[in-house]
Design a protein around this ligand. Structure first.
Ligand code: ADP
Ligand code: MG
Length: 259
């Protein structure tokens, strides 16, 4: 089977104020259709840069990225992008924020309202449709941020540390909801996190990057059956084995990045 996404020897160099920074160095990885892949790596190793290249926001310095066997060279509307900052429009209510993408595509009001309300229900936000972003908690805003991407049904969804700023309990609740949404839609997800527990809990496969310039150092399949109980997952032996193997690879990279 051909991969949905194929990143082939991709390098990215930034030129800023007369200095060159090599952010990614010949990074290669593939992602299959319906796969949930998480990426971990030290801060500054090029994770966000990689997503920006995949979505077509930045030009690649060398190498290529294929989506359905076609090179990415402009912003691709089949790829959704959920960033850490929620970017909700403060003057729009929750439901109005969630339906923006359908509005842009010219979907009729009653139809887009129906889609938005369905997703709002699935993430437990019913009753908050008419609230403005400043009236919602951080966890609620991040749920809204995710469903406003799901609403236009992209094939591939990129998530850049979407639960980063949330407290530990809220994170686990959102992980659980994300897995339920994913298992019912079977979209392909690439999810970046600095939390190895989260990376294992969510993924079919975890990819470890080196410190900058980022390259793939190690990849591990997660042998934990689905559906998973993210509230208890850390108690299983498979989880502990996987964690140990991954941490052995990740730890020296994190330590190197700190020096
Ligand atoms: N637009 C840019 N211009 C110059 N340097 C950049 C730019 N974006 C990222 N970088 C640099 O590239 C490296 C990787 O950044 P980033 O992809 O944000 O890392 P991560 O998301 O893994 O923390 C960093 O050294 C960062 O300073
Ligand atoms: Mg980043």
């Amino acid at each position: 089977m051909a991969s949905l996404l194929s990143v082939e020897h991709v390098s990215k160099e930034f030129h800023a104020r007369g200095k060159k920074v090599l952010a990614l160095n010949s990074l290669s990885m593939t992602v299959d259709e319906s796969e949930f892949v998480t990426i971990v790596g030290p801060s500054g190793c090029g994770k966000s840069t990689l997503l920006n290249l995949i979505v077509g926001l930045l030009p690649i310095s060398s190498g290529r990225i294929l989506f359905r066997n076609r090179p990415i060279n402009a912003i691709n509307p089949e790829i959704g992008y959920v960033t850490q900052k929620d970017n909700l429009l403060p003057w729009r209510t929750l439901v109005e924020n969630v339906e923006i993408a359908l509005e842009i595509r010219g979907v009729e009001k009653s139809e887009r309202r129906r889609s938005a309300e369905g997703l709002i229900r699935r993430v437990g936000l019913t009753g908050f449709e008419d609230h403005y972003p400043h009236e919602l908690s951080g966890g609620m805003r991040q749920r809204a941020n995710i469903i406003r991407t799901l609403i236009y049904d992209p094939e591939l969804i990129l998530m850049d540390e979407p639960f980063g700023p949330l407290d530990a309990q809220t994170r686990i609740i959102l992980q659980d909801q994300l897995l339920k949404l994913w298992s019912s839609t079977k979209k392909t997800i690439i999810f970046i996190t600095h939390d190895l527990v989260e990376a294992i809990a969510l993924a079919d496969r975890v990819v470890v990057l080196t410190s900058r310039p980022g390259r793939v150092k190690y990849t591990a399949q997660v042998p934990i059956v689905r559906p998973r109980d993210v509230f208890q997952i850390h108690e299983s032996q498979e989880f502990r084995n996987t964690y140990e193997r991954l941490w052995k690879e990740l730890r020296p990279e994190v330590e190197m990045a700190e020096e």
